[in-house]
Design a protein around this ligand. Structure first.
Ligand SMILES: [Zn+2]
Ligand SMILES: [Zn+2]
Length: 343
């Protein structure tokens, strides 16, 4: 075989074996994120809740937050048609819940927890009887489950149901920045700025590919240091993070520990290190944010930025502003309930 012909055959073989990264193609898909609820509260059928699975593995999943798991599963699985009785719908829900190895909760606020609490009796009968699903989070979040959610007078004590020896929901405190093996991933917890202790999670697959999911958050977080290392090594596939209000409500966002489209760009700048933070103001108008977005976008060419937790009452304004940032080059995608994304 002539040398140039040999090279062509070699490239074809390597390309078909999934080695396309070196030649500029997309890397193999490692993660599947299934949004079961995407809003930041207000709508009880669609509030912060996600499933995360290794791509191609439908047997094991992690749940991230628990706002509207049951409504989300019913919509995702098409069980909302009139052809299904409620018994059949709930059997379909149980099938999905049976794959959930652990529930990672970012923080104790109600919009991230009410659905997990309401669905807890499903775990006492039928397909889920006798199973255990750990609820994992930072210390304050787990304390809220012990003292508020799984406690009188709000609810039953699911740390002792059906038995104290084998409860349906063992509560597990995750130490900061210490990896735990969960759902086929290494999972690390990082603290975020919010009125109650909130968390971001870094998920790393076997091949080192990484996904970062942030719960509710304000500005400046140690998680970006970890994120920047992953970005520089080419391992970071996607970041999902919140944008709650439009930029005119920045003072409210600061007071309540949330982001607007303008402060989102400041956070993405912290991730990428595009412009030294000391050279930037604390707050931005959306027009100035567009200029910064252009500089930041150059560093995010192979990363997907997935947006969630928009307040429904601010939805149109937030999406319009995110569109302006997309035009400036940022790879932003707004997540929708029951529409999985793979990366
Ligand atoms: Zn929230
Ligand atoms: Zn919150």
């Amino acid at each position: 075989m002539r040398p140039c012909m040999f090279l062509v055959v070699y490239l074809l073989i390597i390309g078909s074996a999934g080695g396309s990264i070196a030649f500029g193609g997309p890397p193999p898909v490692r993660f599947e994120l299934i949004p079961l609820g995407v809003f930041g509260g207000e709508v009880e059928s669609n509030s912060s809740c996600f499933l995360l699975r290794e791509a191609g593995n439908e047997e094991t999943a992690l749940m991230i937050d628990g706002g509207s798991p049951v409504s989300g599963i019913i919509k995702w699985k098409g069980l909302d048609s009139a052809n299904f009785t409620w018994s059949k719908r709930m059997a379909g829900v149980a099938d999905v819940l049976a794959t959930v190895q652990a529930i990672l909760i970012t923080h104790s606020h109600l919009d991230h927890n009410y659905g997990v609490v309401l669905k807890s009796p499903i775990h006492l009968s039928g397909k889920l009887a006798g199973t255990q699903t750990s609820i994992c989070g930072n210390e304050a979040t787990i304390q809220a489950y012990r003292d508020v959610y799984f406690s009188k007078p709000a609810w039953g004590n699911f740390t002792h149901v059906p038995s104290a020896e084998k409860p349906a929901f063992p509560l597990v405190v995750l130490e900061e920045e210490k990896p735990s093996k969960l759902g086929g991933f290494d999972v690390e917890l990082y603290p975020l700025a919010h009125p109650v202790p909130s968390s971001g999670f870094v998920f790393t697959a076997d091949d080192g590919s990484a996904f970062i999911h942030l719960g509710d958050t304000g500005r400046s977080k140690p998680i970006w240091k970890r994120g920047r290392n992953l970005l520089k090594s080419g391992k970071l596939r996607a970041v999902s993070l919140e944008v709650s209000f439009d930029t005119a409500k920045e003072p409210l966002a600061v007071r309540t520990g949330h982001l607007t489209p303008a402060s989102l760009v400041l956070e993405l700048n912290s991730l990428t290190g595009a412009i030294p933070t000391e050279d930037l103001p604390e707050e931005f108008e959306i027009v100035a944010a567009q200029d910064l977005a252009k500089a930041v976008a150059d560093h995010l060419r192979d990363v997907r930025i997935l947006i969630h937790h928009i307040k429904p009452t601010s939805y149109s304004k937030v999406v319009d502003e995110l569109d302006l940032l997309k035009k400036a080059g940022l790879p932003l995608e707004v997540l929708h309930q029951a529409r999985p994304v793979r990366f």
